[in-house]
Design a protein. Sequence first.
Length: 237
Amino acid sequence: MRAFRSLMTLGALCGVLLPGVVDAAEAVRDPWEGLNRKTFVFNEFLDGYFLKPAAKGYQAITPEPVDTGVTNFFANLREVPSFINHAAQARPHDAAEDAGRFIVNTTLGLFGIFDVASKLGIEQKETDFGLTLGRWGVGSGPYLMLPFLGPSSVRDTAGRVVGIFDYPLTYLPPRSEMPLRALDIVDSRADLLEAEELITGDRYTFLRNLYMQRRQFLQGGKVAEPSFEDEFEDEDF
């Protein structure tokens, strides 16, 4: 159970889920594999020499209750873009739950440090602008490994750009925003240290397949027996 929860943490923070059936159509989803792998090597270099050591140091000096509080704080901020996107997806019930979670955790949870909403049974539901585009019929497009940012797709990359503007930290003065973003990144990476031990085989393929299926799960709610057929045709790219 602990290993499963760790992998779910990996999925939640990196946008991935459990691997499943992969067929020949996989190549259609990753037509730029050569370039993607080079970008992946670059990201792995940065992670291995900079981010991962920082995460290990952070984990070593941060008491677990403080670490949990930091994670909860940033998760609470993400309820704002979740609310906006659930509303844009015409999912009023989910949007209402996002708003409820944010209000409860910001007030009773002391600015989100304590996840009171979950104890009250208000479920957290992840979404973003990439999924909003998918809700209204935009296909995901090929898999794309982004420098610094990691796994994505053509549609999700556009969603990331729009997502800059619905995240509360964006509107803080730079002297406040940048340290908080750095803390968010290091805290998220620290939460993955245990989970990444579950990665087997070729890391690039493993994380790509997990990402693709996690996005499929968030879009449609099921991952069983994925076909990996893309909504885009080869000639579009």
